[in-house]
Design a protein around this ligand. Structure first.
Ligand SMILES: Cc1cc2nc3c(=O)[nH]c(=O)nc-3n(C[C@H](O)[C@H](O)[C@H](O)COP(=O)(O)O)c2cc1C
Length: 184
């Protein structure tokens, strides 16, 4: 089972990057993180029938198409999804690589809300893209600051690690046994 991960933070020592790396540690199979920071801004004029998609877009689409499941890990900015991640998803809407693909959404925040707005928005976007949002594999991680070792880029909080392991197990299960559609 191959997993492709997308991070909504481009920041060095990102707390969401720590969550992403720790979550990947619980994935039983090949896993990679897409470089979405290199993508151009989405422009349908670059994506028409007669257009050749920019190389970073083609690479993203190839990586997502080759994956059995998708993991989105993101902070929340101004109660929304970081532009870099929404931009990546916009490039995947019409090309269809996310269709029926199991997806987990993890958001981490220094605040008690755990990035709940961004989490809900990402799930909604993926549902619109006909991705299979695996609710049992989604998490909002609150008060992330003391739960990570930023230098090691890993989660250190044991309950959070256990919860991430559970989330990734649910995502893996959805690859082999497709779940029923997630209610809005
Ligand atoms: C411009 C800006 C807006 C932010 N807005 C929110 C927000 O709406 N909700 C939230 O939980 N955190 C917000 N934060 C705090 C981020 O969650 C925090 O900076 C987090 O560490 C970013 O994730 P990262 O460590 O993975 O880069 C904001 C941060 C910045 C810089």
């Amino acid at each position: 089972m191959r997993l492709i991960a997308l991070s909504g933070s481009l920041r060095a020592r990102s707390s969401n990057g720590a969550v992403l790396r720790s979550a990947l540690g619980f994935w039983d199979g090949p896993a990679a993180t897409a470089d979405i920071g290199a993508l151009p801004h989405f422009n349908p004029d670059l994506d028409g029938e007669d257009a050749t998609p920019p190389a970073p877009v083609a690479a993203l689409r190839k990586a997502v198409a080759a994956a059995d499941a998708l993991l989105l890990v993101s902070p929340e900015y101004a109660h929304g999804v970081p532009g870099v991640l929404k931009n990546a998803l916009d490039w995947l809407v019409s090309s269809g690589e996310c269709v029926h693909k199991p997806v987990a959404v993890l958001t981490a925040s220094p605040f008690p809300t755990g990035g709940d707005h961004a989490n809900a928005q990402l799930r909604e976007t993926l549902r619109m893209m006909t991705g299979e949002v695996v609710t049992a594999a989604c998490r909002e991680v609150p008060a992330i600051g003391p739960k990570i070792d930023a230098a090691a880029e890993r989660v250190t909080d044991e309950p959070t690690l256990a919860d991430l392991a559970t989330a990734m197990a649910h995502l893996a299960a959805a690859v082999t046994v497709p779940s029923t559609p997630d209610p809005a």
